[in-house]
Every structure is written in structure tokens, then in C-alpha cells.
Ligand binder design. Structure first.
Ligand code: PDD
Length: 287
């Protein structure tokens, strides 16, 4: 069955949706995106994702084409029209399609942003076989640009990193800068040592994960100590547990780093507990 997607105000079957070849998202990765999880047909942390969308747009000087309630309506329409129970809504806003390729930004009076949203189903999101086994990560140099706090669509290096991991029999890559882990290819990275959860502090070095904010809040509420600081690859390899967070994986235990098993090489108790708490609390607060 063909999906119904949203393009610039219209709801269309996916094979009829069109974006210009002059779109700056296509030519220059001049656009931002958000991924909002859907569980039980409801949106998880919708307002957090919209707040970060606004911030990304502000940083790039792109006008937000819709108000909160309009965004919410489009998200809900797509979930309803596609009968989505578990999965995600992907949203992308680009600077638009001015007609000629030019490094200079087009005049926002004549070039309006392009808006695209679509759903992706994933029935194994909550009851994830991967979460039961845990994932293996490799480490790679973080050679991305310096504004990783802006959620742009320039995802080539993270995508290459993921492929490097898969070719080595792992699942994902953790990126490393000056010896410290920044984040995963599409998630925030954490280690646990002596009951303390350690994750890099917020800066322009990493994306300010919406799941990260929620998980750290739940951890503190559950009296689990949290340290927001950088950690090295060696520290990570000798940690008791590790995990990643993102809208599409929630809390995902990491059981191996560069071939070194963490503990018994199975998901640790704290990461497993945090995953349960996150899913339970997110379900309650979903809209
Ligand atoms: N990725 N860091 C990076 C580099 C990311 O791409 C993501 C999200 C995160 C976690 O952010 P959040 O918790 O808000 O999802 C951290 C999304 C899921 C993606 O690209 O599909």
C-alpha cells in the first residue's frame, strides 16, 4: 500500500510527491530535519522536537513555515492516514528552491522553505530484538563540521561511519575527537561506571538529543547519578555498561566497543532499566 506523505501543504501518495531539482536541500544540504517517534499511534516528545526544529531553523536563518498546532496537525494526519502504530514521523525543512544554483542564500521573500514529512513503520520498535542482545560499536575519527548542534540533513559522514561498522561486523560507530567520544552516528553515547552514568556535556560538538534530555531526567529521578563530561575510548572500553539514545532506538545497550566486550557482553542492568523507564514514561506523556 502506498504511503500518504506531506509536501508543501499537500497530502499525496508517495509516488506523486515531488520536490524541485533546484531545492537547496538537494543541492547543498541546506536544510534541517526532525524524527519524532510514534508509539501506540501517539507522538513521543513532540514539543521537544519542535523546540529543537525552531532552534535549528534560527541558527540557519530559515523562517519556520508553520506554527506548533499546524505541525501537530500534519503529524497526526500522517499517523492517522497511514494507520501508523509504531514507527516515526520524519520532517524536513529546506531553504527552498530558488531556481538557480547559487552559494548566496535566496531572498526569503521570493523563495519559501520546502516542507516534507513522511511516516516510517517499525513494529519492532518497543519490543526490539536488538535491545535484548545489545549492539556492537567501532570507533572512528569525528571529521564532521563544527556545528553538530544544528540538526542538518548533511549526513554523509555518519552514513559512511555506519557502513564502516557494518563492514567490520559491528552495528554502529562512535565518533572520537581528541581522544574523547563525541556521539554515535545517529545517537548520543553513554557509559556507566560504578553506577554513574557518564555522557558528554552539551556544546556544538554534539546534537542536543531530545531522548538524551528525557533519559537524564528519568535517571536523576530514579536516583542514578549523572556526570555530563567527556570520556575517552579507553574509559569506555573499561566501563561496566554503555548505551546510546535516540528517538529511533530509545535506550539501546552497547555490549562491545572496538571488539572489547563490556562486562559479560550482554545488556547491563542499568541500561536495561533505563530503557524500561523511558518507554513507560514516554508512553504516558505521548500526545
Ligand atoms: N538521529 N546525535 C546525532 C548525531 C543524531 O543524528 C541523533 C538523532 C541523536 C539523538 O537525538 P534524538 O534523541 O533527539 O533523536 C544524537 C535521528 C534519530 C536520525 O537521524 O534518524
Amino acid at each position: 500500500m502506498s504511503r500518504i506523505v506531506h509536501v508543501n501543504g499537500a497530502y499525496l501518495p508517495e509516488d506523486q510527491a515531488r520536490v524541485s531539482i533546484f531545492d537547496r536541500g538537494f543541492l547543498m544540504a541546506d536544510g534541517v530535519y526532525e524524527v519524532t517517534t510514534v508509539i501506540d499511534g501517539k507522538l513521543i516528545d513532540f514539543d521537544g522536537h519542535l523546540a529543537r526544529l525552531q532552534r535549528s531553523l534560527d541558527e540557519l536563518g530559515i523562517a519556520n513555515p508553520m506554527k506548533r498546532d499546524q505541525w501537530l496537525e500534519v503529524h497526526r494526519q500522517l499517523v492517522a492516514q497511514n494507520g501508523l502504530d509504531q514507527g516515526m514521523v520524519y520532517l524536513q525543512v529546506t531553504r527552498g528552491a530558488p531556481g538557480d544554483r547559487d552559494f548566496v542564500f535566496p531572498d526569503p521573500e521570493t523563495t519559501t522553505p520546502t516542507v516534507v514529512l513522511f511516516t516510517q513503520s517499525n513494529p519492532a520498535l518497543v519490543d526490539s530484538p536488538k535491545a535484548k542482545k545489545g549492539i556492537k560499536v567501532i570507533t572512528i575519527d569525528d571529521i564532521r563540521w563544527g556545528r553538530r548542534d544544528i540538526k542538518t540533513v548533511q549526513l554523509l559522514y555518519p552514513s559512511m561511519g555506519k557502513m564502516m561498522a557494518i563492514r567490520q561486523g559491528a552495528d554502529d560507530a562512535w565518533m572520537v575527537q581528541d581522544g574523547d567520544v563525541t556521539e554515535g552516528s545517529s545517537n548520543n553515547a553513554y557509559i556507566i561506571k560504578d553506577g554513574r552514568i557518564i555522557t558528554r556535556a552539551l556544546s556544538s560538538d554534539i546534537l542536543h538529543g531530545i531522548t538524551r534530555a528525557a533519559v537524564l531526567r528519568f535517571a536523576r529521578e530514579a536516583q542514578m547519578p549523572v556526570e555530563e563530561r567527556s570520556f575517552t575510548v579507553d574509559e569506555a572500553k573499561s566501563a561496566d555498561e554503555a548505551f546510546v539514545t535516540s528517538a529511533s532506538t530509545f535506550v539501546m545497550p552497547v555490549v562491545e566497543i572496538d571488539g572489547a566486550k563490556l562486562g559479560a557482553g550482554i545488556p547491563g542492568p542499568l541500561a536495561t532499566r533505563l530503557r524500561e523507564i523511558y518507554i513507560e514514561e514516554s508512553r504516558k506523556a505521548a500526545i
